[in-house]
Design a binder for this molecule. Structure first.
Ligand code: AMP
Length: 396
């Protein structure tokens, strides 16, 4: 079975083609700057990559180019598009109706359309990918894997905000949280690495990247997660603010910012970038802190502290904790972040082994001391593989 996984952003498209026999990636790539001029396609087949610069106006055209690359004489890995058994789509928002991955039908499309107001940048792009595949590969099943689905197991007290209840009932204002595929993948993988059943474990998963969220995964089910109705709350991120008191937002508006300016401030000008004034990239901020920048050091400290607080909070929510899992760009690569976050959590039975924590780059590892009651792991995330697996299962 060959499965194509698509992740359509507002002006980008990531793709991976899997041969599910052995779960091998046959080809993958990234299309950037769709519809905004200067389009760029990076296509990788095995070890070799090629870069193409066609003019791409929309997602439909981008997908056509991807399909041509997958079957082309030099770049191709398929002799015929008929070899593609099914297509898996990452869909950001599935609302309350979609609690797991589903085969795409007209009802599912309607439910994704209904969630456009909740994810105005992402869901329309995801839909464009679905429409284009339906047109270009008629008869091939399409599957949607939702970023929100894994968190649909949260209890009401975790997702209803303390505001008048009609906003939930009427307007669906609630916590949804995101990165669900990643939290699902790394928690399940952590259980495998520990040789334990996921049903026996209480895990806090820390997806720390440019966007970050934590989840409390109690026996395989998400029972709380740090992002909210949108993607700006929780821990400090690259350019997003993390938790901020509502009064701060009202005050900024009273100072003269419009709603869209405020949104820009919270999503694009805050986080590591906003506090440090240096960069949204943790590598730059850690380097600036090392070189003596007070604000860069402060930005790092806010990040470490916010992650630490969520870990302890989620241990409390689950009545204990067996494992902490770090993943995504920062979680997988920044040993300083892992060390700073864990430092101070010893009271909970967590003990890091510094010699195991250092020098990991995108590798799975248990980094806690052998006698640590709570295991600490690094598990590289692989959302595309989980989407491919769900797609294979549902397409069968
Ligand atoms: P992601 O969104 O998952 O690609 O993660 C991007 C983030 O990971 C950026 O803030 C990067 O600075 C960070 N990152 C990647 N590699 C490292 C590293 N070696 N040390 C610190 N941060 C890193």
């Amino acid at each position: 079975m060959k499965i194509l996984v698509l992740n359509c952003g507002s002006s980008s498209l990531k793709y991976q083609l899997f041969d599910m026999k052995g779960e091998v990636v046959l080809a993958k790539g990234l299309v950037e700057r769709i519809g905004i001029g200067g389009s760029l396609v990076k296509h990788t087949k095995g070890e070799s990559s090629t870069v193409h610069k066609p003019d791409i106006q929309d997602h439909s055209q981008a997908i056509k180019i991807v399909l041509d690359l997958l079957t082309g004489p030099e770049t191709g890995v398929l002799s015929d598009l008929g070899e593609i058994t099914a297509v898996g789509h990452r869909v950001v928002h599935g609302g309350e109706k979609n609690a797991k991955s589903v085969l795409i039908t007209s009802d599912v499309i309607k439910s994704i359309e209904e969630c456009v107001p909740l994810a105005p940048l992402h869901n329309p792009a995801n839909l464009m990918g679905i429409y284009a595949m339906q047109k270009m590969l008629p008869g091939v099943p399409n599957v949607a894997a939702f970023d929100t689905a894994f968190h649909q197991t949260m209890p009401r007290e975790a997702y209803v905000y303390g505001i008048p209840f009609e906003y939930y009932e009427r307007d669906r204002v609630r916590r949804y949280s995101f990165h669900g595929t990643s939290h699902d993948f790394v928690s399940a993988r952590a259980a495998e690495i520990l040789g334990k059943s996921i049903e026996s474990l209480k895990i806090v998963t820390c997806h720390l990247g440019n966007g970050s969220s934590l989840a409390a995964v109690d026996r395989g089910r998400s029972v709380d997660a740090s992002m909210g109705m949108g993607t700006s709350c929780g821990v400090l991120m690259g350019t997003r603010c993390g938790d901020v008191d509502a009064s701060v937002l009202l005050h900024i508006m009273e100072l003269g910012s419009s709603a869209s300016e405020l949104s820009d401030i919270l999503h694009k000008k805050s986080g590591l970038l906003g506090v440090s004034g240096v960069s949204s990239d943790l590598r730059d901020v850690e380097k600036a802190a090392e070189d003596g920048s007070e604000r860069a050091k402060l930005a790092c400290d806010i990040l470490y502290r916010s992650v630490k607080k969520y870990i302890a909070a989620y241990a409390a929510v689950m009545g204990g904790i067996d494992a902490i899992v770090f993943t995504a760009g920062i979680g997988e690569n920044s040993d300083l972040t892992r060390k700073s976050v864990i430092s101070g959590l010893e009271f909970m039975g967590v003990k890091l082994d510094d010699s195991k924590n250092g020098g990991l780059r995108g590798k799975e590892a248990i980094i806690s001391a052998d006698d640590s009651k709570v295991k600490v792991l690094v598990v590289p995330t692989n959302e595309e593989l989980l989407i491919a697996r769900d797609t294979q299962r549902l397409a069968k």
